[in-house]
Design a binder for this molecule. Structure first.
Ligand SMILES: Nc1ncnc2c1ncn2[C@@H]1O[C@H](COP(=O)(O)OP(=O)(O)OP(=O)(O)O)[C@@H](O)[C@H]1O
Ligand SMILES: [Mg+2]
Length: 253
């Protein structure tokens, strides 16, 4: 089953001289349970795409069907509800609320949805995320890695079918990065949650089931499911040989 069907997505920012075509006719499908990495140069449109998939930005044209719902047809209120119930969005810079403690930050989206937080799920997440001893701490009393784990916990509190993460390890050291990726993988495996992660880290991209490359607002490569590893290592070999043939290798023999 496809959890995501994107068709002819375009996003234009600004007009006239300041016009930027951030996404140009992007189409792809993602199956439920896939773990997908999105890679590409800075400014290529990755965050723009993720924000549209997460319903926090709207496309200029094109359609975005998530779990059977065309989200561009929802009004603002319905979209907010749909987002809270189906999508978990992990931002690169955490977006935690500074005056709320760990537990309050994690449960806020559920409370906003007029529901009671699932205590069992909360305890389970807090355990897995290593935040048990930090529940009443404020964000500024936490390390960067801990804050990122709180933002992951918040994204997972509604048990979302679709988890979107914008460089979730961008500000972390390699040990913390590994842990975060292992956690995302665990949620993906245990609950069949679909994970889409933007990353600049080759190792993380290599560990995904599928790698989609975006350049200048367009998909220029899609490894497809399962063949991601082969495709990426091939890609890296190609990059190296291009560099060599362009005479950038610097050293000889
Ligand atoms: N609000 C905005 N107004 C105008 N232009 C924007 C806006 N947001 C993004 N852009 C432009 O759209 C393009 C895509 O930006 P986006 O943030 O999606 O890139 P990215 O691939 O996530 O880059 P990075 O890897 O640096 O995070 C860029 O050229 C950027 O300058
Ligand atoms: Mg970005």
């Amino acid at each position: 089953m496809n959890i995501l069907e994107i068709r002819n997505l375009c996003k234009v920012y600004g007009t006239g001289e300041t016009r930027v075509d951030a996404l140009k006719d992007v189409s792809f499908d993602i199956e439920q349970g896939e773990f997908v990495a999105i890679v590409g140069p800075s400014g290529s449109g990755k965050s723009t795409l993720l924000h549209i998939l997460g319903g926090v930005d709207v496309p200029t044209s094109g359609s975005c069907n998530i779990a059977g719902t065309d989200i561009e047809k929802l009004d603002e209120t319905k979209l907010a509800i749909f987002r809270r119930r189906n999508i978990g969005l992990i931002y690169q810079f955490y977006n935690l609320i500074p005056i709320l403690n760990v537990e309050e930050n994690m449960t806020l989206p559920i409370l906003l949805d007029g529901k009671k937080p699932d205590r069992k799920l909360l305890n389970d997440l807090v355990d897995k995320l290593g935040l048990k001893e930090r529940l009443s701490h404020l964000p500024n009393q936490l390390s960067g890695g801990q804050q990122q784990r709180v933002s992951i916990g918040r994204a997972l509190m509604n048990n979302p079918a679709l988890l979107l993460a914008d460089e979730p390890t961008g500000n972390l050291d390699s040990e913390n990065s590994k842990e975060i990726i292992a956690l995302l993988r665990k949620f993906n495996k245990d609950n069949n949650q679909t994970v889409i992660i933007i990353t600049h880290d080759d190792k993380i991209a290599l560990s995904a089931d599928r790698v989609i490359t975006i350049e200048d607002g367009q998909i220029t490569r899609d490894s497809g499911k399962m063949s991601a590893k082969k495709d990426l290592s091939q890609m890296m070999r190609e990059d190296i040989s291009t560099e060599r043939s362009a005479g950038h290798s610097g050293r000889k023999g």
